[in-house]
Design a protein around this ligand. Structure first.
Ligand code: NAD
Length: 490
């Protein structure tokens, strides 16, 4: 029988006390790798309670001391990169190279958070009135929590964890129950890095576990990444309970291709964006909009690249794309391809019904290209979250920007062009928080906030960098007078 994973609470690995568990499958083979316990509210309560005294002691340590375990964690993550990447590939399906890239992004966030002594500095003015000074200082919130999705099990917890603990909070992670093994491995490293008991905790689980987090009075802030429906729900329940919340949701990312773009480079980068991680990236290109004369060549190139992409088990050499996460995802994606055809699109490259030799039980959907997707239809507007690229056509850049802005999501929009004026106009006018110019996955580095807009984000402060620092701290303003101040003599 597969191992049932444990929670990490108050510095100890504990049985979750869960009545139910979810099988964690390797999506390339359907082999059961582990069981994720669906932790009850009592486990969340134990972690939240342990987090309170831990935070009270931790926040008193100088920032320069608090970052020491993060330096150690960075070194441990580097040393264990290979086994972490293999774990990600096995439970999540992406290729080994993609898993290594993901862990690099996680490590970058640890590096940035090591700058907390400077990043969380306050501001002050001397003599706001004669002999009176005013300071704004930043203080941590207490116990904070993050709830994360399946598609980046190594990276996304690190959009939050390093900033939360470096600023002096205690932190609780509830990872996706579909990919909990990466977190389990990372928490072994967190334990070895030497954080004090209760400062960083792990509670596995699903919907009820999340509700216990959202309702717990000791949890002061919630960070979430996942689908828009869940993001909206978590934002409203957390806020109604008086918590800070930052909730990143789904996406439908358009890419405009101008006739003056370098077509060979554009098609190659666009394919990596649309089919990388089997299209299960919140920054995956899902709609390409060639403008005017770009249409014929881009369409032919995308069809050629999609048909040639090597699909298989992500640890096998030469594999460029792995499976999608589950049998349910595979059927849902295949149904969207069928719906595209029903809405009038032509299926130029059809990824349905294909098998990978030696992985016959895997959840594979091969790269798919839909042409002439009607802009007003459901396929053009709905997140498919699989390796499906929809082509829509525009005569002018105005029309293309209109198509980009005609959707609720605002995670990413990209343009490929060799003309600076077109690029500037696009950057200026599109409704998206992450913009790529001749770039297919405009993922902000750890020292920039991950800036989704619209239905891709609920909240105001985003993940990463100085937004993370602001989210995990509250400001305190001190106005100070010392009546016998000697400096007034001068
Ligand atoms: P999901 O919303 O199904 O699950 C995310 C987390 O929420 C998991 O931990 C899950 O246990 C929990 N959850 C799910 N349903 C819940 C419910 N009803 N009540 C309470 N908790 C619930 O998302 P997913 O399928 O794991 O991830 C894919 C989605 O995440 C896609 O929509 C993708 O675009 C999005 N995503 C967004 C970003 C971003 O930065 N905007 C990044 C990565 C992924």
């Amino acid at each position: 029988m597969a191992e049932r994973l444990k929670n990490y609470i108050d510095g100890a690995w504990l049985d979750a006390g869960a009545a139910e568990a979810v099988d964690v499958l390797n999506p390339a083979t359907s082999v059961v790798l582990a069981e994720a316990p669906l932790s009850p509210a009592t486990a969340v309560d134990a972690a939240a309670r342990a987090g309170v005294p831990a935070y009270r002691e931790w926040r008193r340590r100088p920032a320069g001391d608090r970052i020491q375990p993060l330096f150690k964690l960075k070194a441990l993550m580097e040393e264990n990169l290979d086994s972490l990447a293999r774990t990600i590939t096995n439970e999540c399906g992406k290729t080994y190279g993609e898993s290594v890239g993901e862990m690099r992004r996680a490590i970058e966030n640890v590096e940035v958070a090591c700058g907390i002594p400077a990043l969380m500095q306050g501001v002050n003015n001397e003599d706001i009135a004669p002999g009176i000074d005013e300071h704004m200082i930043r203080q941590p919130l207490g116990v904070v929590a993050a709830i994360t999705p399946f598609n980046f099990p190594g990276m996304i917890p690190f959009w939050f964890l390093p900033y939360a603990v470096a600023t002096g909070n205690s932190f609780l992670l509830k990872p996706s129950e579909r990919v909990p093994m990466t977190s389990a491995k990372l928490f072994e490293l967190i334990e070895a890095a030497g954080f004090p008991q209760g400062v960083v905790q792990l509670v596995h689980g699903g919907r009820d576990t999340v509700n216990a987090i959202l309702d717990h009075p000791e949890i002061k802030a919630v960070s979430f990444v996942g689908s828009t429906a869940t993001a909206r729900y978590i934002y409203s329940r957390a806020s109604a309970n008086g918590k800070r919340a930052q909730c990143q949701g789904g996406a439908k990312n358009p890419v405009v291709v101008m006739p003056d773009a370098d077509m060979e480079m554009t098609a190659r980068i666009l394919a990596d964006s649309a089919f990388g991680c089997a299209g299960q990236r919140c920054l995956a290109a899902s709609v390409a909009i060639p403008v005017g004369g770009a249409r014929k060549e881009l369409t032919e190139r995308m069809a050629g690249i999609a048909s040639a992409r090597k699909v298989g088990y992500g640890l096998d050499g030469g594999v460029e794309m792995g499976p999608v996460i589950s049998a349910a995802s595979k059927s849902r994606i295949e149904e969207w391809i069928a719906k595209g055809a029903r809405e009038g699109a032509s299926v130029l490259v059809d990824g349905r019904g294909k098998q990978v030799s030696g992985c016959e039980d895997g959840f594979f959907v091969f790269p798919t290209v839909l042409d002439n997707v009607p802009p007003g239809g459901e396929v053009a507007r709905t997140e498919i979250f699989g390796p499906v690229l929809s082509l829509m056509h525009a005569a002018t850049i105005e029309e293309a920007i209109g198509m980009v802005n005609d959707r609720g999501y605002g995670n990413m929009a990209c343009i490929f062009t060799s003309d600076g004026a077109s690029a500037r106009r696009f950057r200026y006018e599109v409704n998206a928080g992450n913009v790529g110019i001749n770039v297919g996955v405009a993922a902000p580095m750890a020292h920039f906030p991950f800036s989704g807009w619209g239905e891709s984000f609920f909240g105001d402060l985003h993940a990463q960098a100085h937004h993370g620092v602001e989210f995990y701290t509250q400001t305190k303003v001190v106005v100070e007078r010392w009546p016998r101040d000697w400096s007034r003599k001068f």
